[in-house]
Ligand binder design. Structure first.
Ligand SMILES: Cc1ncc(COP(=O)(O)O)c(C=O)c1O
Length: 374
């Protein structure tokens, strides 16, 4: 069987968690703070600018709620992303607006379509570095300067991709990361916020803990009592997950190098066997990127479900990312995104994880060839 994704933990994670359990402080405490600091260091940002939270969705909601959106306020985002981006805007009281892709070779947000959709109600823009490849940051930053919107980088796929020696997720006003189990590093559930502005950072830190002035850690073995200065929620992280995260974070670069090797092997197998597909993002293969997904696009005449079913018979499990947001029942309106609509049913994500063997990759590509090149 070839699974779509696979996780393995080593003795290092198990020892780290055991030590925390033995110490007896399991909720948010020193380990979480160590994790936030190490994350900031790896991201290449200031020490007091990262906040660990219970998920990336929680991170998105906190940031969007901190913007105090009104009903008519719009947040622009790619349609080709996970639904958490749109749901968080709704939960924060705003309106999501969906943007097209660049092209079938670059599935990231189309900056021209983005600019066309900016208007006086635009409060924020969420960009997603799809599969871990950089959006057109230069143009997006120049639009930000021109139209003054709040820029959020959804960097869930981009742990840690670089653009000109700067990590993705360090360009915007804020960025969000996920440590869900299928991500390049995991803590089971969990997320991280990066906030460039110090005051927003302080506000978000309070908001994730009910708006309370002092965390339990800050009150521990001291005078009890606190006040609440704004409305918040419980979006806290915990020291058990931080114990896993600290190890995963240290091993991330090594695992990303393996992903790079796997991506290169896919490309050479695809070329060698003349697989009849479109290969997006090929231009980034030399760059230091996370290779969170390995996406191919089927040609027009091929039915994606038939491909999935055929491969399942051979116990090969693929996936796809995503059903575009403008096609989901809850969000379906009169949207037409010309470029995305052409390829949305043709996207396939091939298995990519650090434990994928060359033999398995060969089997995937040869099985695909049999179906596609006939
Ligand atoms: C692009 C993107 N945004 C947001 C999320 C939400 O992350 P979480 O599951 O940590 O809430 C995910 C997770 O799958 C994602 O891939």
């Amino acid at each position: 069987m070839i699974q779509y994704s696979k996780i393995r933990f080593t003795k290092k994670e198990i020892t780290s968690v055991s030590n925390t359990l033995r110490k007896g402080w399991i909720s948010e405490g020193k380990k979480t703070s160590d994790f936030e600091k190490l994350f900031a260091l790896k991201l290449g940002v200031k020490k007091n600018s990262t906040i660990a939270v219970s998920s990336c969705t929680a991170a998105l909601e906190l940031i969007l709620k901190s913007l105090c959106l009104k009903k008519k306020d719009e947040v622009l985002m790619p349609s080709l992303t996970f639904v958490a981006d749109a749901n968080s805007v709704i939960n924060a009281g705003g309106k999501p607006v969906f943007v097209d892709i660049n092209s079938k070779y670059d599935l990231n947000i189309d900056v021209r379509d983005l600019e066309k959709k900016i208007n006086k109600n635009t409060k924020a823009v969420i960009i997603v570095h799809y599969a871990g490849f950089p959006c057109d940051i230069k143009k997006i930053l120049s639009l930000k300067k021109k139209y003054k919107f709040f820029l959020i980088e959804d960097s869930c796929h981009a742990l840690f991709s670089r653009l000109n020696d700067k990590k993705l997720g360090s360009f915007g006003d804020a960025s969000v990361f996920s440590f869900y189990s299928n991500k390049n590093m995991t803590t089971a559930e969990g997320g991280m916020i990066y906030s460039k502005d110090v005051n927003t950072f302080k506000k978000l830190k309070k908001m994730k803990n009910h708006g309370i002035t002092k965390s339990l850690m800050e009150r521990h073995n001291k005078l009890p009592g606190y006040d609440v200065i704004l409305s918040g929620n419980n979006y806290r992280f915990d020291d058990i997950r931080a114990s896993i995260g600290l190890i995963q974070l240290r091993d991330l670069e090594k695992k990303n190098k393996i992903r790079k090797r796997i991506a290169k092997r896919y490309i050479s197998l695809i070329e060698k066997h003349k697989l009849n597909i479109i290969l997006p993002f090929k231009k980034f293969i030399k760059d230091q990127v996370s290779h969170h997904l390995f996406v191919i696009i089927l040609k027009n005449n091929i039915n994606r479900n038939k491909v999935f079913k055929n491969l399942i018979k051979q116990k090969i499990f693929l996936s796809y990312h995503y059903t575009p947001l403008h096609d989901l029942k809850f969000y379906r309106k009169n949207y037409r995104l010309k470029k995305l609509d052409k390829i949305k049913d043709k996207l396939i994500s091939l298995p990519i994880h650090p434990y994928l063997k060359f033999e398995e990759q060969k089997k995937i590509i040869l099985s695909l060839k049999k179906i596609l090149n006939n």
